[in-house]
Design a protein. Structure first.
Length: 206
């Protein structure tokens, strides 16, 4: 693998970003303007690191990253975004991007994120970290008791209700009641959303 692939929907931004990286000593192996092109370019160019715009057209950044991870590709990905909506933040973090940098951040912040990714470390904008740990639906910011947390973790591990009931010595009906209350506390509506919240927190704590 060699170089950095830039995937961003704005040609001027791609050019400017390529200039910044070149000045910092990085080789830009290619630039693309949409998510589908990014997936194709990964196959043909095999870049060391992907810089991925969250708002990229054709196939948005979240969908592109999801497709990359689904095929078992764990190469470093640094996500850049004008903003990250609350509703996608848990899933985004659960997909293990090596960096999440807001476009309003200084240029050196992105360079630092790329260097961190190359070293196997994560670099998230401080605003992103703060939002995950203080959002009302964060596990640490709501009144969850120890049993609630245990059930949340079991759901994140893929266990079904009957398995949770057996594991915790509860009736199936009791587990369903606990889950209903947990959903209300966290503001989620289904198991996948609950699992995404749990995994997002784990990723930031690693």
């Amino acid at each position: 693998m060699a170089g950095v692939l830039i995937a961003d929907g704005h040609a001027i931004f791609r050019k400017g970003l390529a200039s910044v990286l070149d000045g910092a000593g990085w080789t830009v192996s290619g630039t693309v303007g949409d998510g589908k092109a990014a997936l194709e370019a990964i196959g043909s160019l095999d870049p060391e690191i992907l810089i991925l715009d969250l708002d990229i057209p054709s196939m948005d950044g979240l969908s592109t990253l999801r497709a990359i991870r689904k095929r078992g590709d764990q190469r470093p990905v640094v996500v850049i975004a004008a903003e990250v909506p609350d509703k996608i933040l848990p899933e985004l973090i659960s997909l293990k991007p090596d960096g999440i940098i807001l476009k309003s951040s200084p240029e050196n912040r992105l360079v630092d994120a790329i260097r961190a990714a190359q070293s196997g470390n994560r670099c998230y904008d401080s605003q992103i970290v703060d939002r995950v740990f203080t959002a009302p639906r964060d596990l640490s910011a709501v009144a969850l008791n120890d049993r609630d947390v245990a059930i949340c973790n079991a759901v994140a591990e893929g266990k079904r209700n009957h398995e949770i009931a057996e594991l915790m010595g509860l009736s199936l009906a009791t587990v369903k009641v606990y889950l209903h209350l947990i959903f209300r506390k966290l503001g989620v509506s289904k198991r996948s959303e609950l699992a995404a919240h749990v995994m997002a927190r784990r990723q930031l704590e690693d």
